[in-house]
Ligand binder design. Sequence first.
Ligand SMILES: Nc1ncnc2c1ncn2[C@@H]1O[C@H](COP(=O)(O)OP(=O)(O)OP(=O)(O)O)[C@@H](O)[C@H]1O
Ligand SMILES: [Mg+2]
Length: 500
Amino acid sequence: FCQSLMNSVFPPELRFAFLKLFNRVFHLFSTFCYFDITEIDGVNTNELYNAVQLYLSSCVSSVAGNRLSLTRAVNSSSITFGLSNNDSIVDTFNAVTVVWEHIVTQRQTQTFAWRPMPEEKRGFTLRIKKKDKSLILDSYLDYIMEKASEIRRKNQDRLLYTNSRGGSLDARGLPWESVPFKHPSTFDTLAMDPVKKKQIMEDLRDFAECQSFYQKTGRAWKRGYLLYGPPGTGKSSMIAAMANYLRYDIYDLELTEVKSNSELRKLLMKTSSKSIIVIEDIDCSINLTNRKKQTQSTAGSYYDPEMTLTESGLGDDSGNGNTITLSGLLNFTDGLWSCCGSERIFVFTTNHIEKLDPALLRSGRMDMHIYMSYCTFPSLKILLRNYLGYEEGDLNDGVLKEMERVVDKAEITPADVSETLIKNRRDREKAVRELLKDLRSRAESNEKNGKLRGQNGSLTVADDVEEQEKRALDSPYAEENGQAEEEEEIEDSICKNSED
Ligand SMILES: Nc1ncnc2c1ncn2[C@@H]1O[C@H](COP(=O)(O)OP(=O)(O)OP(=O)(O)O)[C@@H](O)[C@H]1O
Ligand SMILES: [Mg+2]
């Protein structure tokens, strides 16, 4: 009624001036101020709009609203909630209350644009009290941006990158190819000494949470781990567990595909932060011995920074460009270039730590050396829980004692234990019986041959390869000897609750 009265009584110019004045007066006395965050700002997508949407999605799901919008992004395994059109939500930050409204209007005319605009015009309006304006604007919006990227990382499945194309670039000029990373290994499923596991997890957490420490001490925000141990002891599984724990991407660097130091540097520059850069089997992918000085010690007992690391079997060190040098590799992990991003973890794995050059091992380069050992009693219990569902106390004490007695002597890898357990997983008791049999026969043959390792993993007697070959030939189901009677007794009552 007011509007039509105004329309009929006042001429348009006067009406416009009156409305302007009214707005001014209204805003002067209003206690609130408003901020519009539109989805499209000119022709660019407004990053803040996406961030606010994600941020609100974490608040919205807990609000008992009538209508929510649901979305699921490509490559994501989770669903995000959102505010429906023209709905509003109240949020509090530092004890200040704000109101968000999601405003959707139809776009009136399709103006000329170099790319088609969506038909709807969407935006968020933030309403805050004028007095809170300065307090909230800087820190609140920063907080939203940070929270949104955290949610994005949590929702999006991580990626596994590889450089297996050998230096060629993809359509976007990137040297890395990626696939969604779905390895299910976690620290929970990883069989290793619980104390060591806890130490590693704490170290990772400290690393991820302590940016300020690295800044304060003038260190680049990166960390290096060297995983070593026999094949099948869980080095690759550990890397997957690390990535799953920190929710980092993995860059699996195939060193034999890298032709020069500068290519290595380019690869490094194209990695993102919050990632793990992995070089597996570092002793195999490159030849760490200096061919020119082969008459000297080949066990890496000296350090020549220009020593050539040649692709095994592929290139040579005659300068045909198909080579990278040790100094190139060290610069990759340690030099100025290594900090062109931040929050990165380098992981090298090897089966033969003794073959590595001391320059790679010196302190400060690889911050933590982690020995992945043969199966110990605590790791065996983890595998029994994972594969057969046996909890502490489910198994008969006699069986456990016997396992504890033989497991170290058996020198069995977690991979071999897993194999036996998977094969017999339909019959839990049979699985334990078979495992025990396997452990005993391995322990016996090791004792007979006098080939037990020291705690550090180095062989005390025979050569590694020779021993592995021998072990492969040994039948795990070898004839049992005098202990047979006692063993049968134990095997009859594997599970404490089996009679229940
Ligand atoms: N510590 C462990 N905990 C749980 N599972 C393990 C462990 N070690 C090995 N496994 C099992 O054995 C398989 C092989 O392990 P993995 O590939 O991690 O060994 P690796 O040490 O990387 O061996 P390689 O030196 O040959 O690369 C995995 O699929 C996993 O299921
Ligand atoms: Mg491996």
